[in-house]
Design a protein around this ligand. Structure first.
Ligand SMILES: CC(C)(COP(=O)(O)OP(=O)(O)OC[C@H]1O[C@@H](n2cnc3c(N)ncnc32)[C@H](O)[C@@H]1OP(=O)(O)O)[C@@H](O)C(=O)NCCC(=O)NCCS
Length: 391
């Protein structure tokens, strides 16, 4: 493909992330869709949109599956072919892939991709159980391990192999909380310190509360079209120039490595090759930081630093706003929040803002090339996408 645009993003919307008492997921999604439609006056949604792919992980939260059709109806798009995509926390990363397939196939010129999850009306114990359903049942869930526990095993292996410390992880939390404090749509807008992270209550060693992502309600929505049609809808399209997705064993215990995700590395290679880009060309990235350690592992798997050197990278400050490669300018899953089905396309929303100069206090100066990275489960799915703006 040599860096040619696969599809163009012509609009995007995001609900406020946080606690939305009394709202159903379908209503939450309509807020994200409304923002995307309002910002694209030349789009006639009912007439132009030919398909919808909606990431949604769990029917247990609201006793409600069949989310594609439900959100199509509540967004004023009754009748449009609408399909739910499910790949655990990468459900809307997978929705994006499906949208790209639909546009590239020629079957649909304009496609909505997005995602939604309503979680906060459930207790933390219930949410933890529902999330764990995306891990292996007979060998993991059955024995009581949860996602904090699975990712803690990976963190421990990395600490042992490379000397990574709890302080390195805490610095990821401090950075992402700072970024979220600049994002009015983030779940939490409070700065924290390394000491506060280290003093927070233990969850699964080495993780403390502030190492964990937030249980959040939220929805996200992106409008995709063919590059040759983009000018009909906007004079600031963002081009998707690389798309990778890979799978791995659902069980962590079957993997060869505990210190990296093969799915991320494979998806990243596919996306970089398609875009004809190297990791050094990325100027802003939203990566999957469901736990602070995971952002460090992502730096290595995405090629932002050599293997074993992610601790040095976070120490250097290069991934902070104002650094060489700002990561998770939105606040990430850590502080913007992680409404699991919505996360993948919420990352795209941030990169869309950054590459169109709309990220306000979090704006990365002159950003032209961006990356998103979304992980499902303990890494049985990963998606990586690369973006370029031409303005
Ligand atoms: C860390 C965790 C266990 C804390 O849950 P909890 O102990 O029930 O905490 P509560 O919901 O009672 O919240 C207590 C306070 O801590 C804050 N808080 C909760 N989780 C937080 C987090 N992860 N980071 C920062 N603050 C958090 C709340 O905002 C609340 O603050 P307030 O008292 O000012 O309102 C929960 O956030 C969690 O499970 N996170 C991980 C989710 C996950 O596994 N996602 C999928 C990854 S694959």
């Amino acid at each position: 493909m040599n860096g040619k645009p696969l599809v163009s993003i012509v609009s995007a919307g995001l609900s406020k992330f946080g606690k939305h008492e009394g709202l159903y997921a379908r209503e939450l999604f309509s807020y994200a869709a409304k923002e995307a439609f309002d910002h694209c006056p030349n789009l006639n949604p009912k007439q132009d949109v030919k398909a919808m792919f909606i990431g949604h992980m769990g029917e247990a939260y609201e006793h409600q599956g069949h989310t594609g059709s439900a959100v199509a109806d509540w967004s004023g798009l009754l009748g449009v072919p609408a399909t739910r995509t499910e790949a655990a926390c990468a459900s809307s990363g997978a929705a994006l892939r499906s949208g790209i397939y639909a546009v590239l196939s020629g079957l649909a010129d304009v496609v909505i991709v997005g995602g939604v999850e309503k979680m906060t009306h459930r207790s933390t114990a219930e949410v933890t159980e529902f999330l764990a359903m995306a891990s292996d049942y007979p060998f993991e869930q059955f024995h009581g391990i949860t996602f904090p526990g699975l990712f803690a095993l990976m963190a421990t292996a990395h600490m042992n192999a490379y000397g990574t410390t709890q302080e390195h992880m805490a610095k990821v939390a401090v950075k992402n909380h700072h970024n979220a404090s600049l994002n009015p749509k983030a779940h939490l807008q409070k700065e924290i310190t390394v000491e506060k992270v280290l003093d927070s209550k233990p969850v699964a060693w080495p993780f403390k509360m502030y190492d964990c992502s937030l249980i959040t309600d939220g929805a996200s929505c992106i409008v995709l079209t063919k590059p040759e049609l983009a000018s009909k809808y906007t004079d600031q399209p963002v081009q998707i120039i690389g798309s990778g997705q890979a799978s791995d064993t659902i069980g962590l215990y079957e993997r060869k490595s505990l210190t990296s995700l093969l799915s991320t590395k494979t998806a990243a290679k596919t996306a970089y090759d398609m875009a004809a880009l190297t990791p050094q060309k990325v100027q802003v990235a939203e990566v999957h930081d469901c736990f602070t350690y995971v952002e460090l592992m992502d730096y290595e798997d995405l090629g932002f630093c050599p293997v074993g050197k992610s601790g040095e990278l976070i120490d250097s400050g290069e991934t902070c706003l104002g650094g060489r490669l700002p990561v998770n300018t939105s606040g990430g899953l850590k502080a913007k929040g992680h409404p699991v089905g919505a996360t993948g396309t919420a990352q795209v929303y941030e990169i869309y803002l950054q590459l169109t100069g709309q990220a306000d206090k979090r704006q990365v100066k002159d950003a032209k090339v961006g990356l998103t990275h979304n992980v499902g489960g303990s890494g049985a799915t990963a998606t990586v996408h690369l973006y370029r703006s031409e303005n």
